[in-house]
Structure formats: structure tokens, C-alpha cells
Ligand binder design. Structure first.
Ligand code: PT1
Length: 276
């Protein structure tokens, strides 16, 4: 399975690592580090050198409690960075946004994938993504970032998330997005308690069975520290690696992470075992 991201291929025949590049002042573990385009480029080049197969650029934090940003602010943050990255990198760049205008300008700047934590639910987002002819990652979220951790509730979290993602994929297909351009993501930490996140990780194969490549974003999230005695964000690497290996063993295609070198090593071990 190979996905064409603008002019670059993303080979998903083995689990791949997506490097996180937050161009935000307030992201939960690396907020403010890569606001300057030159710093962002340096970090992206480093992640690619460490084996990242794709770089995910985001200008709006979606961690629990985060405030939304204006369209202009988001554009000002991400577009210069995407331009710099797409001219300098040999791997695709995805744009982490829910705003159709940002999708459009990012595509013009060379972005090769749309990563939307709102699963293209904003007005005009599905139509825009379809027009841009880029692969899309559809993520499940219950509620919205500012308040999503207040009262997460599910009848059956795995069935609910799986059903939602299947419906969103169908909406995309009906709008003309080819099935080969769709990826799904259960949305770890997005309106989910620890027990929900653990059930989703244990049963991520149910989502994979829908037939689309699955992306898992677990790196340094609160669910890791909830199991590991409230460890701070910079002390969550080993727990994050364990979760990434579990997801990959169950068939996840892309691991969205902060710690690229460590995760790539873990994926190489996982792949060696899975391919035996
Ligand atoms: C994700 C993801 C994302 N996560 C995709 N995009 C974030 N496709 C941003 C916590 O519980 O999983 N998949 N874009 C970051 N959001 C969060 C959410 C960060 C929860 C931290 C937590 O700590």
C-alpha cells in the first residue's frame, strides 16, 4: 500500500513514523520551541534524518483545554513553515488543521496530506479536501478541545469510534475523495477517559478492519502518565514507545510522535518480528 501525497510517495507497507512539528506557543509538550520558520525547518530536517516518513505541521494546539486560534493567526504560523519544508524535505508534509482555508493555502504551499482532528466536519471542509485531491486523515473526537475531557461518555467506545469513522469515510467517498486517499485515527485523548483510551488501543484492530490505513497519536499523552504515576511530559518516552509498538503490532500504519529516532528503532524491531 503506497499513498501518493502531492508529488511524494508514502509507503505504508511497514509502520511509519510521522514527526510532530508544532508551530504553536501552547502545545502540551513542545509549545513555543519551533515558532521561527528557521527553527521549525531545522527540527524537521532532524526528524527526517532520524527516519520520519512524514512531517505533521500544526498551528493550533488541540490538547485538552486549548484555546482556538483565528484563521489569520493559523495561516501566519503554518504557511511559511510549510513553504520552507516542502522546498527542503524529501518526505511529505501534512497539515494538521480543521479550517478549509488553511487546507487550501497549505496545499498551494506544497502540503501533501490533510490531517483533521475534526474529520472534515467544518463547513466546506469535505468539499475543499476533495477539490485539493490530497489524502486525508479523519480523526475521532468527542466534544471540542476546550471541554472534551469534562465528561467523556460512550456506550461502547470501540464500536462508537469505529462507526463514526466509517461514516466520515463514506461522507468523503460520496464527495469524490478516493478510498485510497483516506486514513483513519481513533483520536487518543480526544474526549476519552483512560479506560476508553486503553480499550481503543487494545482493539485498534477493529478500526483497522474497516480497510483504511490507521494513524495512532499517543506520544507523550496524558494516558501514558495516567498509567505511570502522573509522569511529566518529558518522562513519557518509554511508555509512549510501548504504546507505539502495541499499535503497530495490531496493524497501525502511522505513529504520530515527538521522539522520532526512538520510535523508528522500535518500529524496525516490530517490523522485523512481524515480517518473520
Ligand atoms: C492525534 C493528534 C493529532 N493529536 C491526529 N492528529 C494531537 N491525526 C494533534 C493528552 O491527553 O492523535 N491524531 N493532532 C494532539 N492532541 C492532544 C490530545 C495532545 C490529547 C495531548 C493529549 O495529553
Amino acid at each position: 500500500m503506497i499513498i501518493r501525497c502531492a508529488n511524494l510517495d508514502l509507503d505504508l507497507n511497514e509502520p511509519r513514523v510521522m514527526g510532530i512539528l508544532n508551530v504553536t506557543p501552547d502545545s502540551f509538550s513542545d509549545g513555543g520551541l519551533f515558532i521561527k520558520p528557521s527553527d521549525a525547518l531545522k527540527h524537521a530536517v532532524r526528524m527526517v534524518g532520524e527516519g520520519a516518513a512524514i512531517i505533521d505541521v500544526g498551528g493550533e494546539s488541540t490538547r485538552p483545554g486549548a484555546q482556538s486560534v483565528s484563521l489569520q493567526q493559523e495561516l501566519d504560523r503554518v504557511i511559511p513553515v510549510i513553504e520552507a519544508l516542502t522546498s527542503q524535505l524529501s518526505v511529505p508534509v501534512s497539515i494538521d488543521t480543521s479550517k478549509p482555508e488553511v487546507m487550501r493555502e497549505a496545499a498551494t504551499a506544497g502540503a501533501g496530506m490533510i490531517n483533521d482532528v475534526c474529520a472534515l466536519s467544518a463547513e466546506g471542509a469535505v468539499e475543499t479536501a476533495s477539490e485539493l485531491q490530497l489524502p486525508v486523515c479523519l480523526m475521532h473526537m468527542q466534544g471540542e478541545p476546550r471541554s472534551m475531557q469534562q465528561q467523556p461518555q460512550y456506550d461502547d467506545v470501540v464500536a462508537d469510534v469505529s462507526c463514526f469513522l466509517q461514516q466520515r469515510a463514506q461522507v468523503c467517498i460520496d464527495a469524490g475523495i478516493p478510498a485510497q486517499h483516506i486514513l483513519l485515527d481513533p483520536g487518543f485523548g480526544f474526549g476519552k477517559k483512560l479506560s476508553h483510551n486503553i480499550k481503543l488501543l487494545k482493539n485498534i484492530n477493529v478500526i483497522i478492519k474497516l480497510g483504511y490505513p490507521v494513524l495512532a497519536g499517543i506520544s507523550r499523552k496524558r494516558m501514558i502518565s495516567q498509567i505511570l504515576d502522573e509522569r511529566s511530559t518529558d518522562q513519557r518516552l518509554y511508555g509512549s514507545l510501548a504504546a507505539a509498538v502495541i499499535a503497530a503490532m495490531k496493524g497501525a500504519s502511522i505513529l504520530r510522535v515527538h521522539d522520532v529516532r526512538a520510535t523508528v528503532d522500535a518500529m524496525r524491531i516490530t517490523t522485523a518480528v512481524m515480517n518473520q
